[in-house]
Write a protein that binds this ligand. Structure first.
Ligand code: HPA
Length: 248
């Protein structure tokens, strides 16, 4: 049974080590997911994979159909989601190349379809979102980091911005005052939608660049891509260790 699903972010449109068994096209009441769901065997365990930005990385963060993606993963029977995301580093501990496992979120996005509780409600529903990420998966990721000797920052406040443009230096200053240590464009509403459907969800973030105004000069896509490329090897090792630990 496919219990664990991985949502791949920028630079992670496929999981090379996955022995693919089938691809499943799913139509949801919320429209089409970013791509067919890839099912396969990874470290002797059946898992599912969905590239958030589409198979060819053509869907920008504000156009991702988050509701369809999360609905599709629930539909195939996933109960746990590990989301991979490239982010900018705001906190001094979040230098490019760092891998962080955030524990909080602040949502700065707007105009995105952000809830399943909209129409035909028999009652108004407010999910608890005090702790947005699954502590169980976060702890499993930390254990995976220990076994693989991969240094990770065990917490972080993910500020989710609208994009697709990067932020201004002042926006980052404001986010820092709010308490954000990371900035990315896809954390919301994805995380909240997973909670609405009762799925355990955690994020593994690769810091690709210093956030605006925190490094020297403008942010280049080349820099971002280089750090993501290097970070992904570590992410794959972490996923391997995580999946092996789930089997026990
Ligand atoms: N800001 C927002 N999203 C990002 C960044 C950033 O600096 N880097 C990678 N994703």
């Amino acid at each position: 049974m496919t219990d664990l699903a991985i949502i791949g972010g920028s630079g992670f449109t496929r999981l090379q080590e996955l022995e693919i068994t089938r691809r499943q096209v799913i139509h949801t009441p919320y429209g089409e997911p970013s791509a067919p769901i890839t099912h396969g065997i990874f470290k002797n365990r059946e898992i599912a994979f969905l590239p958030r930005h589409g198979t060819a990385h053509t869907i920008p963060p504000h156009k991702v159909n988050y509701r369809a993606n999360i609905w599709a993963l629930k539909h195939i029977g996933a109960r746990q989601i590990l989301a991979i995301a490239a982010v900018g580093g705001i906190g001094s501990e979040m230098a490019p190349g760092v891998i962080a496992i955030p524990d909080q979120i602040i949502d700065y996005t707007y105009g995105r379809d952000h809830t399943y509780f909209e129409h035909d409600l028999s009652q108004v529903t407010h999910i608890d979102f005090t702790y947005p990420y699954s502590e169980k998966i976060r702890q499993q990721l930390m254990m995976a980091a220990k076994t693989t000797n991969i240094p990770v920052v065990a917490n972080g406040v993910y500020g989710a911005t609208q994009g697709p443009r990067l932020e201004t230096a002042m926006e980052i200053n404001r986010m820092e005052r709010d308490g954000c240590t990371l900035v990315g464009m896809t954390g919301m509403p994805e995380t909240a939608l997973a909670r609405e459907l009762g799925l355990d969800y955690a994020c593994c973030a690769v810091v690709a660049n210093w956030a605006a105004g925190k490094g020297d000069g403008p942010i280049s896509m080349k820099e971002i891509e280089e750090h993501i490329g290097r970070g992904m090897e570590q992410i794959i090792a972490l996923i391997e260790a995580l999946v092996e630990s789930l089997e026990k």
